[in-house]
Design a protein around this ligand. Sequence first.
Ligand SMILES: CC(=O)SCCNC(=O)CCNC(=O)[C@H](O)C(C)(C)COP(=O)(O)OP(=O)(O)OC[C@H]1O[C@@H](n2cnc3c(N)ncnc32)[C@H](O)[C@@H]1OP(=O)(O)O
Ligand SMILES: CC(C)C(=O)C(=O)O
Length: 511
Amino acid sequence: MTTPAHVRIFDTTLRDGEQSPGCSMSPQQKAVMARALAELGVDIIETGFPASSQSDREAAALIARDLRETTLCVLSRCLAGDIEASAKALEAAAKPRLHVFISTSPLHREHKLRMSKEEVLEATARHVTHARRLVDDVEFSTEDGTRTEEDFLAEVIGVAIAAGASTINVPDTLGYTTPAEIRALFQRLIATVPGARNVVFSAHCHNDLGMAVANSLAAIEGGARQVECTINGIGERAGNCAMEELAMAMKVRGAYFDADTRIDTRRLVPTSQLLSRLVGMPVQRNKAIVGANAFAHESGIHQHGMLRHRGTYEIMHPEDVGWPASQMVLGRHSGRAAVAHRLESLGHALQDEALDRVFADFKALCETQRVVGDDDLHRLVRGNDDDDGYRLAAMTVSDRGRRASALIELSGPDGAHVAESALGDGPVDALFAALAAATGVDLKLESYHVHSVGIGNDARGEANLSVRCEGAEYQGTGTSKDIIEASALAWLDIANRVLRTRRPQRLSAFA
Ligand SMILES: CC(=O)SCCNC(=O)CCNC(=O)[C@H](O)C(C)(C)COP(=O)(O)OP(=O)(O)OC[C@H]1O[C@@H](n2cnc3c(N)ncnc32)[C@H](O)[C@@H]1OP(=O)(O)O
Ligand SMILES: CC(C)C(=O)C(=O)O
């Protein structure tokens, strides 16, 4: 048995990731993120581009004081001023790396740099040599390398190695290559460039065609022993190779790649969530590994399989990436097995006709409600002898003046009416405050989206809320021609469920 090759994880969330529009971080935010990345087990952290801003210089210094075990890297163009600014920013680092890059492709040479091949070769030799005089560990990148003539790419890399670079990064800057191409490119470069076997080859793949992770894995197959990636795949345009996906692919398919990383995969979800909070960019629910749906199962056939053996529909354990557990979400696609299982775990061991009746009611409820929660199931077991909670009777929302105001009237559970008004920072804020005052339910809003469903005259606004209340998470939906009313209905959808959970549960007629 061979020992799996170690692939270094070079995290560029704080440099290329930060180039994602709207994702700039302050030096303090970067320091928090850098610590999380070190705890995650990354080998190298690229903290920024010192020549570009005071913030990047401060971040490099702040992180250098804090992290003594991780290699800290900063980026520079082939310009003496950039390299000097980078070396200065790295002064406090225990393990500094200076990263120098230049474009090599014909398009970039001609239109961007306006340099000939000879000038690119000369700049590479001069600036890598300069960087090496200041810092021992120098990485060199051939920007747009995968769109470069291969013989010229090999020549530039040879010059960089001769000048002292110990890591050679070949970026797929535009996310243009394919797995087969990049695998073969790395194999040929490593086999033919003089000195290539004495340095570490690195891949830096962008996601313009959605292939960044596949291309990075293929580069590893081709001999790359460093991969540059970001948390949540953030980065320029469609982003960079997503570290969580790469690390889990290498863990789950370890035998196939015969290579591993030092990533503590149980920290992937917390680190992803930290970044999402720091840059204010939510992770899409269906994102592999770290998306909220990555281990959630809704359809009956899958839930039935999962109940028999989780391996039927899961290739990894949610706990291994930092989620507490898999989720069985009950909705329109769920079947009897999952509903019966959930009912049983709630103390309602129903069978035969009793289960048939509750399951039929469950399916009917799913026609109007996307997700059916435990309180809904309790209610279905009891039969619909209960009231349906608060209903919206009237609503006036005004956004004139300095603060918005809302006046709402609800018909209450016992037929009584309740009216409340409130001010807020905007119409929805005022509306939710009035609803909270009227129902006595305090919902902590986590996300709020409104979108249109249907087309033409049939179009309606659908509001989706995610909230926390009394230690539990809830999702609510409301639909109306008026998006403010849809928001009120979504809010009441949740509040009524919260109120039901507060009532003592009556014994099930069927249990
Ligand atoms: C693929 C990548 O991710 S590359 C890294 C991208 N990151 C950044 O751009 C960091 C943020 N950038 C900045 O703050 C600014 O662009 C700065 C400070 C770097 C430069 O600002 P400015 O001096 O105003 O230049 P500007 O951004 O307009 O143009 C870039 C210049 O760098 C030159 N350049 C680009 N890459 C390189 C390189 N690798 N080596 C040498 N020069 C380069 C361009 O040719 C252009 O030069 P010119 O002004 O003489 O035509
Ligand atoms: C500068 C290099 C490493 C880069 O970010 C790219 O080419 O995408």
